[in-house]
Every structure is written in structure tokens, then in C-alpha cells.
Design a protein around this ligand. Structure first.
Ligand code: ME8
Length: 533
């Protein structure tokens, strides 16, 4: 057996840890579903997968939110973290770990990491004065601000962050991380690892906007609030935001604890998925922190685009959000997952509109895929007594083309999934679905059925349709969690050997018995009624 000869290949994938400052929306859900599709795909490749997500629970915003609700911060985040885990379960997310930055193991590890940086001279104590946005939990330099207010003498008295939130002048004693010390090392690392930041264009942005102008040292503690991990040697200070948040990717695996088994097995991560607004933290601060700890860097940080609404980026603070649970309850898990994985082009933004959501559901899922299954099951019942005939290729002049398309689809699909281009991978699957629908129109089974001489031909056509659906169902497994199983069930196919990499059309098993009456797997919805809803 192969397992005895070599260790399984490992695959570690992470999402950002989300702020539990409000209900998560379909923007956060996009990242999580994308990571889930990749995790499922790599499990189908028989790799040993670890998929991590979680919550980023410290900071002033959370402290204030809890206060408003009359709760302690801990009570508040406990409730939110439970809701978020429930949400992921309800969307069939298969995360292996869920890290909370309030986990004791994480907090202890953060104190150790911080101490190591201090001991090494990577962190020093100084004084910070800057324009700070409470809502963004971020200081901004004057040139980064969207608006700057000045008094009559031209002295700056306030302003607005790019997010539109107010900034205030904050002065405090603070610890700083010497980012500047590692700028040259980082540039060299980028040069020797051109695949580190994906899409590659984002690397040039990082160099031009942040590294070449000179890396500023990063303030890594605050004294203005308490809700955070205290610095062990100076507990008036709490570690804030980036050291606390970014380290989750290693502390979740036991780094800094007594049990580092997972860490040794899975670090460095294969893919760290993030939205484009935090690419900077993950490709500048995070690599520098890892390097200072003497640890290897993740193979790849993938910065995806934003799901936007007609009035701009969907965000908790803006309030222009759509919730995944509302959509899933009404249209099903697969509709939500399909929409997210299809609507976002690789690395770019995608716009959510109710019209687009409903039309993808109606056209792609209900019509193209749903009808292909319905027609196939109905015809196999009608013409073949419900039994899938043995596949004999070449009976019609269309067989070779159908199989050729299927083989091409399988190979492009695998390339796309390796690179996490799910919209492209789904487009490939739909190429095969469309080809199979066209194959029905070309072979006209209903005319073949009228002529006894065409019996073998008709049987072969039915086998080809079942074969195409089998390939489709296997390829859809990472993306959809309900439909593939229903397709297998309706076609009476065995689900024990579903290799996705060496998938062959012609491996269709014989003798499968389809269900006597197939139910539509995706009901059509009424566009006008839904858009109004
Ligand atoms: O930034 N479109 O948490 P967060 C696509 N805690 N993706 C979106 C999105 C949108 N409209 N809105 C959010 C934080 N996301 C920090 C991260 S990591 C060490 C700390 C996704 O709750 C996207 O992945 O603001 C984005 O990076 C993340 O949610 C931000 O989540």
C-alpha cells in the first residue's frame, strides 16, 4: 500500500480570522467557502489536509461593542464565536480547526512570541503619536487619509480614514517592531519567490507602495484599552492587532505550546487566503515576524478581490450586507456556494445583485444541470427499464466529441483547482454540461426509440449521458455539498471510488439502476418575486 511507502502529502490552508464585531456576511463567507472548496479538493487528492479558520476577538472595537450591550467582552465574543461556528456548519464548511484569539493556548503563545522579539531586540519601547481610527483599529499617516481637517493656521486637527471613519490624535507609550531592519531581506525573498504573492501583480503594489518608500516600524502594543493579551513584562501594555492576529496561523497548530505535533506536520502553510485589503499585513509584517522567529514562510498568500454591492464594498461597518444564512435557508446551501465560487473572478472583484444570484440559480443550476439529470433519468427509465447500459463508444458520430470535451474539462478543471480558480473550474464543468445537453439534441433519443434497428445506439446514448453526469457530479464535489450526492443516488452510482485526478469518462460502471422517479435537484425560482423579496 502506498501509505506505507511514503507519508501523505500535507495541505494546510487558512482564512483570515474574522472580527466577531457583527454577524458575518457573504463577503466573509466567500473566503471561507473558497478555502473549503480547496480543502475538499485536496482531500479528494488523498492529501492530509488541515483547514483553519477562526475569530479575531481582541481590541477596542469589541470592548466597546460589548459595553454597549451590557456584557463583558468575553461574554460577547463567546456568543459570537458560537454563532460563527454554527454558521459554518450550516454551510457544510469542513474546517479542521477553529482558532479564537482568546484561547488560552493562543494567549500564552503570544506572550512567548512577544518576549522572544523583545529579547532579540526586534521590539523596543518608544512613544507613539498618530492619527488613529477606532473603527479600523489602525493608525494612518496624513497622506493615507481620505480627508484632513485643519485649523486657521493650517495645523491638522482631524480627518477621515479611507473607510470614512474619523481619526483622532492619539499619543501613548508603545512598543515597536523594527520592521525597517528586515526590508532588504524581504525584497530578496520576494525576488527569489515570485509565486509567494498571488495574483502576482499584488507583489509590485507591495514593493512600490510600502517597501520602497521605506518600511516604518510598527506599533505593536496599546495602553488605551485592556481587552487584549498583556505584555508579560509590562502588563500596562496589551499586544494589539497584528502580532496577536497573525500568529493565530501557527498557535492554532500548537506553536509555543507543549504539543507541537500539528505545527511540525503542517507548517509552512500551502495557501493563506485573504481579502486584498489585508494582503499588506500578510505579505510584509507576517513574513518578517516569521523570519524573526526563524520559521519558514507560507508557500503562498492569495489576495482575492471583494464582493461588492452596487454602492461599493460590502462591509459590516457600512451596513450594505447580505447574509449567507438568509440565502441558504431560502435557496439551499449549494445555491449559495455555487454563487460565491462562480461570481468572483480569480483575484478580482465581483458584484452581488439579487438578479444575478437568481439567474445563476435558474440558468446554471436548475436549467442546465437540473434538466440534464431529469431528462437522463426519465429516458433511462423509459427506454432502458431503469438500468444504465454498458458504455460502448463510437455508436454515434457525436460520442468522440462528447468524450473529448469531458477529458479536456477534467484536465483544465484540475489545473484550475490547483490554482484555486474556482470560477474557471466551474466554467469547465458547465462546458461539459452544455455539451451533454447538446448531445441529446443531436442524437434525438426519441427518434432512435421509434426504430428497433437503433436499439444499440439508443442504449449507448443513454450510457453516454449517465457517463457525463457521473463526471460532472465527481467534479462538483469540492464546490457543492448536496447535489453531487443526489446525482449519484438518482443514477444509482457507487460513490466509493471517485478519484478526481485520474477521472476517466469511460470508467462508468455498468448495471447502475436509476431511481424510478427523479426529483428536481434545483427548483426554479420566480425572478421578479425573488428580487422583490
Ligand atoms: O480583517 N468581499 O477581519 P474581518 C470579499 N480580523 N471578502 C470579504 C469581504 C468582501 N466584501 N468582506 C470581508 C479582519 N471579506 C482581521 C483579519 S487575519 C490575521 C486578521 C473577507 O472580519 C476577506 O477575507 O474584517 C477579508 O480579508 C476578511 O473577510 C476580513 O474580515
Amino acid at each position: 500500500r502506498e501509505e506505507f511507502m511514503a507519508d501523505k502529502k500535507t495541505f494546510y490552508i487558512t482564512t483570515p480570522i474574522y472580527y466577531p464585531s457583527g454577524k458575518l456576511h457573504i463577503g466573509n463567507t466567500y473566503t471561507t467557502v473558497l478555502a473549503d472548496a480547496a480543502a475538499r479538493y485536496h482531500r479528494l487528492l488523498n492529501e492530509d489536509v488541515y483547514f483553519l479558520t477562526g475569530t479575531d476577538e481582541h481590541g477596542l472595537k469589541i470592548e466597546q461593542k460589548a459595553d454597549k450591550l451590557g456584557m463583558t467582552p468575553k461574554e460577547y465574543v463567546d456568543g459570537m464565536a458560537a454563532d460563527i461556528q454554527k454558521l459554518w456548519k450550516s454551510l457544510d464548511i469542513t474546517n479542521d480547526g477553529f482558532i479564537r484569539t482568546t484561547d488560552e493556548q493562543h494567549e500564552k503563545a503570544i506572550q512567548k512570541i512577544f518576549q522572544q522579539f523583545l529579547d532579540q531586540g526586534d521590539i523596543y519601547k518608544g512613544e507613539y503619536e498618530g492619527w488613529y481610527s477606532v473603527d479600523d483599529e489602525e493608525y494612518f499617516t496624513e497622506s493615507q487619509l481620505a480627508e484632513v481637517y485643519r485649523d486657521a493656521d493650517g495645523k491638522m486637527i482631524g480627518g477621515k480614514a479611507p473607510s470614512g471613519h474619523d481619526v483622532e490624535l492619539v499619543k501613548e507609550s508603545s512598543y515597536f517592531f523594527k520592521m525597517s531592519k528586515y526590508a532588504d531581506w524581504l525584497l530578496d525573498y520576494y525576488k527569489s519567490h515570485p509565486e509567494f504573492i498571488q495574483p502576482e501583480s499584488r507583489m509590485n503594489e507591495m514593493i512600490a507602495n510600502f517597501i520602497e518608500p521605506g518600511l516604518e516600524d510598527l506599533a505593536v502594543t496599546r495602553t488605551a484599552f485592556k481587552w487584549g493579551v498583556p505584555v508579560a513584562s509590562d502588563p500596562d501594555h496589551v499586544v494589539y492587532v497584528w502580532i496577536d492576529a497573525l500568529s493565530n496561523y501557527i498557535t492554532a497548530l500548537g506553536y509555543g505550546s507543549d504539543n507541537t505535533e500539528l505545527f511540525e506536520k503542517f507548517w509552512p502553510a500551502n495557501v493563506q487566503l485573504v481579502g486584498k485589503e489585508i494582503v499588506r499585513f500578510h505579505t510584509i509584517y507576517w513574513p518578517i515576524m516569521l523570519h524573526a522567529l526563524g520559521l519558514p514562510l507560507p508557500e503562498q498568500v492569495l489576495g482575492h478581490g471583494w464582493l461588492t454591492m452596487r454602492d461599493g464594498k460590502m462591509s459590516k461597518s457600512k451596513g450594505n450586507v447580505v447574509y449567507p444564512d438568509t440565502l441558504a435557508e431560502r435557496y439551499g446551501i449549494d445555491a449559495v456556494r455555487y454563487y460565491l465560487l462562480k461570481a468572483m473572478p480569480y483575484g478580482n472583484d465581483g458584484i452581488f445583485t439579487p438578479e444575478d444570484f437568481v439567474s445563476k440559480l435558474n440558468y446554471d443550476l436548475a436549467n442546465d444541470l437540473g434538466n440534464l439529470l431529469n431528462r437522463t433519468v426519465a429516458m433511462i427509465n423509459k427506454y432502458e427499464g431503469g438500468v444504465i447500459p454498458t458504455l460502448q463508444t463510437g455508436a454515434t458520430e457525436y460520442d468522440a466529441d462528447l468524450i473529448g470535451i469531458a477529458n479536456g474539462v477534467v484536465s483544465s478543471y484540475n489545473e484550475d483547482m490547483q490554482a484555486m480558480r474556482t470560477a474557471d473550474a466551474l466554467a469547465e464543468v458547465w462546458k461539459l454540461i452544455s455539451r451533454a445537453n447538446k448531445y441529446i439534441d443531436e442524437t434525438t433519443p426519441w427518434t432512435l426509440a421509434k426504430n428497433e434497428a437503433d436499439e444499440a445506439k439508443l442504449a449507448s446514448v443513454m450510457a453516454h449521458l449517465a457517463g457525463a453526469l457521473r463526471v460532472v457530479a465527481i467534479l462538483l464535489q469540492p464546490m457543492l455539498t448536496v447535489a453531487p450526492g443526489e446525482i449519484f443516488t438518482q443514477l444509482g452510482l457507487n460513490t466509493s471510488d471517485l478519484s478526481i485526478e485520474n477521472l476517466k469518462f469511460t470508467d462508468l460502471p455498468t448495471g447502475g439502476k436509476v431511481v424510478s422517479k427523479g426529483q428536481p435537484i434545483f427548483p426554479r425560482v420566480d425572478v421578479e418575486a425573488e428580487v422583490a423579496y
